[in-house]
Design a protein around this ligand. Structure first.
Ligand code: C2O
Ligand code: CU
Length: 495
């Protein structure tokens, strides 16, 4: 397995297709793969040098990479992680978890082939098989691999977080997506209980894109995309930094009037991002990889640990605009305001595209469960206690050998998730996404998520169907400090 080795430069260069008139960085088209016959090469996009970015042929506008930014410091443009594509239904690759001292003491990476973060992006299609040889070269400690949000089997060498891959060992995972798998943005990260925060917090995370869905909508498909993996905080000379694709406060080039699609992953172990883009609206297309039936326009939204957001932005008048995370949280969770990236609008204006309003209705596999017959109702309570277990669900800390919820395959269930503590807790469950029914008692427009942040003293009611896969998996708080401390439970789906 050496598919992570960069190919020769000609191949890479052909595959570095940047965007319709967007300056700088690597913007990809939604339909990128289809434009690339035989796109078998690995790591196509991101190990380009600043020089290559500046000279990369651009699909429709040869000047685009530099237009409007003649004196720009190209090293500040947003790089994207290297990308590995499936070919003929299969992506066989490896991920080597290892220390990355070039990034700073204690930093880890999945062979970050830019000498950096995050791990390579994995691009699949519904029905594909992903084989990953996970190599534990951490030099101490156990790890494993979770594919967050994918609807795949939790058994055997699938999405099985009960596996322990020892230091110096490797393990061959295999994940097969059903042919009707939801297209969208997912991710992978270690999930070894007790060490999840450390390993994810030190850098182990990468994106998984399942292509299709929104990518194929005529109103979306030609819009250039940026994938942004948010990590941190990493503490350097400048204090706490939250790098975007491994770069602190990168420059995001856009033209006045241009529409771009940004896909954000919060791969931080514990941080929330309370997002605003100065002077601009977000037009949200998808949440946690699930397309919304209708675009949601907002000027601010919260992206908790593990969550993803997919949205359009339309470049305003020439100038600089900060993508900020506003001050958020209280007491132990208080986070100061921070600038994540800076959007530079410049170059020749382009006529703004009409923005879509209607997207993809809920489908056959993930239908609107508002009027569904509920087989079982359960209550999940996130608790913080003054004595052990300090972080608990329904009074208990995680025990891998205990089954907390036994569910019938195919059942439709309603879970009320409440939080009796003064902190927020993002609820995540493996294998099956859920529809949010009410948030603190208020009805929510029908859509699916896989991680939802439950506010202090609040309750979120979800409905979910346990489809296709039997086996044991987990639900937990995605603040990984809390998960490591015990805020996790097990569910077993049985025939
Ligand atoms: Cu992203 Cu159970 O995790
Ligand atoms: Cu929590």
């Amino acid at each position: 397995m050496k598919s992570h080795e960069p190919r020769h430069p000609v191949t890479r260069r052909h595959l570095i297709v940047t965007a319709l008139g967007a300056g700088g960085g690597s913007l990809a088209f939604g339909g990128l793969r289809s434009a690339l016959p035989g796109a078998a090469a690995q790591d196509q996009a991101a190990d380009q040098t600043a020089d290559e970015i500046a000279t990369t042929p651009v699909a429709s506008d040869p000047d685009a990479a530099t237009a409007g930014f003649p004196g720009a410091d190209r090293s500040l443009f947003l790089p994207e992680p290297p990308t590995r594509f499936s070919v003929n239904g299969l992506l066989a690759t490896q991920l080597e978890a290892r220390p990355e001292p070039t990034l700073g003491a204690g930093r880890l990476s999945y062979e970050g082939s830019q000498g950096g973060l995050p791990g390579p992006t994995i691009r699949l299609r519904p029905g594909d098989t992903l084989r990953v040889r996970l190599i534990n070269n951490l030099g101490g400690g156990i790890t494993n691999l979770h594919v967050h949000g994918l609807h795949v089997s939790p058994l055997g060498n699938g999405d099985n977080v009960f596996l322990h891959i020892d230091d110096g060992e490797s393990f061959d995972y295999e994940f097969t997506l059903p042919p009707d798998h939801q297209p969208g943005l997912f991710w992978y990260h270690p999930h070894y209980h007790g060490d999840s925060m450390q390993q994810v917090g030190d850098g182990l995370a990468g994106a998984i894109v399942v292509e299709g869905g929104l990518d194929d909508l005529p109103v979306i498909r030609d819009i250039p995309q940026r994938l942004m993996v948010l990590q941190g905080p990493f503490f350097g000379v400048g204090g706490a930094e939250y790098p975007v694709n491994g770069v602190a406060n990168p420059n995001l080039a856009i033209r006045p009037g241009q529409t771009q699609r940004w896909r954000l992953l919060n791969a931080s172990a514990n941080a929330f991002f309370n997002l605003v883009l100065d002077g601009h609206s977000f037009y949200r297309l998808a949440i946690d990889g699930n397309p919304l039936p209708q675009v949601i326009q907002s000027s601010q939204f919260l992206l908790g640990p593990g969550e993803r957001a997919d949205f359009l932005v339309q470049g305003g008048p020439a100038g600089s605009y900060a993508l900020r995370s506003l001050a958020w949280g209280t007491d132990a969770q208080a986070q100061p305001e921070t600038i994540l990236a800076t959007m530079s609008s410049g170059g020749d204006p382009v006529p703004p595209l009409p923005l879509p309003t209607t997207l993809i209705p809920l489908g056959a596999r993930l239908p609107d469960l508002t009027n569904a017959t509920i087989d079982v109702r359960r209550e999940i309570v996130f608790q913080e206690n003054n004595a052990a277990p300090y972080f608990a669900i329904n009074g208990q800390a995680f025990d891998a050998d205990r089954i907390d919820q036994t569910v019938r395959l195919g059942a439709t269930e309603e879970w009320a998730i409440s939080n009796t503590s003064p902190d927020w807790h993002p609820f995540h469950i493996h294998v099956n996404d859920f529809q949010i029914m009410t948030f603190n008692g208020e009805p929510v427009d029908p859509h699916y998520e896989d991680t939802v942040s439950v506010p202090p003293g609040g309750t979120v009611v979800i409905r979910t169907r346990f489809l296709d896969f039997v086996g044991k998996f987990v639900y937990h708080c995605h603040i990984l400090a809390h998960e490591d401390a015990g805020m996790m439970g097990t569910v077993e789906v049985v025939k």
